[in-house]
Design a protein around this ligand. Structure first.
Ligand code: AQP
Length: 329
């Protein structure tokens, strides 16, 4: 059985991009694999977070995992900060990572652009991500396209460590969906949909009410012309909406093209909104039940216990190989 690891930052309201690019695949993978799904709260603080909001969002992301169909009896669901080995292994990896490779990371460039003061944590974000993955010796990492570069760096760090200290870490593979790996912003199809975008009209939040979803999609920017045709290079806006449609209606892009042949964007956008609502409404109802039950704390505690059992072994092995004097049991 392959081991799967992934996580999402509690850095705002989760979007349809997070759902299509990541969470849906978590749910698919849990049946045939040993899965670990984290709420990566320590990554979230690489940009400023309000403490009360961080706590609330951490619970919210865990509850959304469960509401989306992740079964905590199958997959370990936990908060990254509840397993201290992530931070410790992350520190060890900072001594192997190179400044040059970290400077090349596009997420760092995007998030630091135009800022006067940039936290060192944002710079070493990919090193902590490598520790998250390698501490479980994960084989597969389901992520959206934007995380591919970080995953490459994880593979490089694993190979560097193994080359220097002996085989310790599994080299993980990315698991990226073919369609929907990069859902774009509703107001600008050159930028990805992001939960930390200050303009809420740019994203569909998983918890957006049906009327809000309809409003946002009716106002979503579309290309000039009227053909519903998948052509990301020349028609990025409509192609993005088609990717969302394909996922929510469970249809292929070709089926969507033929359904709307000769019809223009109006009807397509209306139907799209209904498909999105039909996916989100049941999920929102389950989310509310889970939050009310208060069971999320138990889920997180049990998940952290399962994760810790694996993480502490790997960390011990890595430290021993690096030459640390380990305390006698
Ligand atoms: N627009 C997207 N399309 C497809 N996949 C996406 N993901 C994020 N946005 C899209 C995937 O969701 C997972 C969790 O992401 P994250 O929270 O760890 O950080 P992120 O990639 O930086 O996501 P956001 O929403 O843009 O967060 P903020 O705004 O806080 O930085 C990842 O697998 C990601 O690929």
């Amino acid at each position: 059985m392959k081991r799967v690891l992934s996580g999402i930052q509690p850095s705002g309201q989760l979007t349809l991009g997070n759902y299509i690019g990541a969470i849906r695949n978590f749910v698919r993978l849990q049946n045939a694999h040993e899965c670990f799904f984290m709420v990566v709260d320590m990554h979230a603080i690489t940009v400023p977070q309000e403490p009360a909001a961080l706590r609330e969002q951490t619970e919210a992301v865990a509850a959304l995992y469960i509401a989306s169909g992740i079964d905590p009896d199958k997959a370990a669901v936990f908060a990254q900060s509840h397993v201290p080995g992530h931070a410790e292994l992350g520190w060890l990896f900072t001594t192997l990572a190179h400044m040059g490779e970290l400077e090349r990371m596009t997420q760092f460039k995007d998030k630091s652009a135009g800022k006067d003061s940039i936290g060192a944590g944002l710079f070493v974000y990919p090193v902590l991500m490598a520790a998250d993955i390698l501490i479980y010796n994960a084989d597969l990492v389901p992520v959206g396209e934007d995380q591919k570069q970080h995953l490459e760096m994880t593979r490089d760090l694993a190979a560097r460590f193994n080359g220097r200290f002996g085989e310790c870490f599994t080299i993980p593979e990315p698991y990226i969906p073919k369609v929907g790996a990069r859902i774009m912003s509703l107001d600008d199809a050159s930028r990805k949909m992001s939960k930390s975008n200050p303009n809420p009209a740019s994203y569909i939040a998983i918890m957006d009410e049906p009327d809000m979803v309809r409003k946002k999609l009716s106002r979503a920017v579309t290309d000039s012309g009227r053909a519903v045709k998948y052509d990301p290079a020349n028609k990025p806006e409509i192609s993005n909406l088609m990717s969302i449609y394909a996922h929510c209606a469970d249809m292929t892009l070709e089926e969507i093209e033929s359904r709307y042949e000769g019809q223009g964007y109006g009807g397509f956008k209306k139907d799209l909104a209904e498909h999105v609502v039909s996916v989100l409404e049941p999920l929102q109802a389950k989310y509310r039940d889970i939050r009310q039950s208060g069971e999320i704390h138990r889920v997180l505690a049990e998940g952290a216990e399962r994760a810790e059992a694996v993480a502490s072994q790997t960390l011990r092995d890595a430290k021993e190989r690096m030459g640390f004097l380990l305390p006698k049991p």
